[in-house]
Design a protein around this ligand. Structure first.
Ligand code: GBH
Length: 494
């Protein structure tokens, strides 16, 4: 009898143990998996059906050497014409939702508030959205993924506060014309890159290099525009349409390069200057204190009558605070941080306002992108940091992925997804972080900005030499499908 009890107890314990280790590797049932793309990177049809010119059309046409191999997005993956095929690929993979962006210049060729609407542009996105819904795939829409209408750039672009009016006008059209079908909205993709690279370092279109000034002005306009669009949805659309609105913020994970207090401080400062630049105003109401203090002090020493970081009034703080229904993160990699001596005071730039040295461990596996080393544990750390810093919000990973040079047997990509997802599941199951969505970048190999078509992130390769832009499945697509259908990373857990 005793033996039998012992035996039963043992079986029970083993059973328990197995179900525990199983659930450890399993995503919760409510968890959703998606893939992402962006309009300029995949659509092509750059002047099709009345579309206007945007800053990427403009810079690649007027300064072809801006992009490697003089590549541009004129045709890209031709997804503008091949969207049904793209949806079929996603359906085949069992994707839960598709994160794509809308090209502002297709909807409003002049960009400007009050300018004529291009019905064919609206039709295109209604068709794409309907096709997704008919195939059981949820649309997740980004309103702006870096492709500012050129006429608006000629008025100054994002550092010009008037952009708010133009963006709100555009956003209203999207809610009115697509809000019956779309329930998940992202206002901006990676505002940090729009501002820092577009107006600070010149790394992205429109290519201005006025760091420490125009980048801060740009961010200020974007934050106000985002808040206004959030409130507009809240007041005029939410009740009827029942959707959700947020903003996509990007950050790598910053890990202290040593245990010293100074390196630890440098890491936190880098996080605040990156995610916090946008996240802090939206979640807590104002720029991070460390940005206010450091930029204020340096500006003063440089002879500016006021801080180069614009200030929000109390009214604006109250208005911006809380304008999110979830926290969205694009993240790919990790850097170490080291404290350094204060930068020369004559240097006016975001980088010297931040004043942190970033470095990587040479043993970290490389990708095809210089900035992207494979560091899976960084994902677990960054979502834990978001959770702590921003009061345990619901978190979406809106981009994560790996670049290589091409090839259908992409086991490096499979390992990347396996190891990053494994860290994510640990964050959810073991650390209790509330992540509910994961979005892989990207469905297709596509136009990778300054690198043209040389860095490949896709589950499908695209033959850019064929007018058909033929898509071919890579091994990683099958891997991701299997994760989605089993919600599981190891074979033993289903
Ligand atoms: C995302 O940005 C974009 O949203 C997407 O369009 C893009 O295709 C995808 O990732 C892959 O790149 O050279 O060290 O100064 C990624 C975030 C942040 C990556 C800035 C490049 C340059 C860092 N990007 N980073 S560095």
């Amino acid at each position: 009898m005793k033996l039998r009890l012992l035996f039963l107890a043992t079986v029970f314990l083993i059973g328990l143990d197995q179900s525990n280790s199983a659930s450890k590797n399993k995503f919760p049932d409510y968890f959703k998996f998606g893939v992402a793309t962006a309009s300029y990177q995949v659509e092509g049809g750059w002047d099709a059906d009345g579309k206007g010119e945007n800053v990427w059309d403009h810079i690649t046409h007027t300064n072809p050497n801006y992009v490697k191999n003089q590549d541009n997005g004129d045709i890209a993956c031709d997804s503008y014409h091949k969207y049904k095929e793209d949806v079929a690929l996603m359906k085949d993979m069992g994707i839960d939702y598709y994160r794509f962006s809308i090209s502002w210049s297709r909807i409003l060729p002049y960009g400007i508030a009050g300018s004529p609407l291009n019905q064919l542009g609206i039709d295109h996105y209604r068709n794409l959205t309907q096709e997704l819904l008919d195939n059981g795939i949820e649309p997740m829409v980004t309103m702006f993924h870096w492709d500012t209408p050129e006429p608006l750039q000629e008025l100054g672009g994002w550092p010009n506060p008037e952009m708010e009016e133009h963006f709100v006008y555009y956003a209203r059209i999207l809610f009115e014309q697509l809000g019956d079908l779309v329930k998940m909205w992202m206002t901006f993709n990676e505002a940090k890159q729009t501002c820092l690279e577009g107006y600070g370092t010149g790394e992205k279109a429109p290519g201005f290099k006025t760091s420490g000034l125009a980048d801060y002005q740009c961010a200020h306009t974007i934050l106000k525009s985002h808040a206004k669009v959030y409130h507009m949805y809240e007041e005029e659309f939410r009740e009827k349409q029942g959707g959700r609105v947020g903003i996509v913020i990007d950050s790598m994970w910053f890990e202290p390069g040593s245990g010293s207090d100074k390196d630890v401080e440098a890491a936190e400062r880098a996080r605040q200057f990156t995610y916090g630049w946008y996240g802090n105003p939206i979640i807590h109401g104002n720029y991070p204190q460390v940005m206010i203090d450091r930029i204020g002090e340096r500006s003063k020493k440089q002879g500016f009558a006021k801080s180069r970081l614009p200030t929000f009034t109390q009214e604006e703080i109250d208005y911006i605070k809380g304008t999110y229904d979830f926290v969205a993160l694009n993240t790919y990699s990790t850097n170490y941080t080291a404290w350094i001596e204060e930068a020369d005071i004559s240097d006016v730039s975001y980088n010297s306002d931040l004043n942190v040295r970033l470095f990587v461990d040479d043993s970290w596996e490389e990708s095809a992108s210089t900035w992207l080393r494979v560091v899976p544990w960084g994902l677990r750390k960054i979502v834990n940091w978001l959770s702590k810093t921003y009061n345990n919000p619901e978190i979406f990973i809106t981009e994560n992925g790996l670049s290589d040079r091409g090839g259908l047997d992409d086991d490096q990509r499979i390992r990347y997804y396996r190891d990053y997802l494994s860290n994510l599941v640990d964050a959810i199951v073991e650390d209790g972080v509330n992540v509910t969505r994961y979005t892989a970048w990207s469905l297709l190999d596509n136009f990778e900005w300054r690198s043209g078509y040389t860095e490949k992130f896709g589950f499908y390769s695209v033959d850019f030499n064929s007018t058909e832009r033929t898509r071919t499945k890579k091994a990683s697509a099958d891997y991701y499908s299997k994760v989605i259908s089993t919600r599981c990373l190891v074979d033993t857990c289903n």
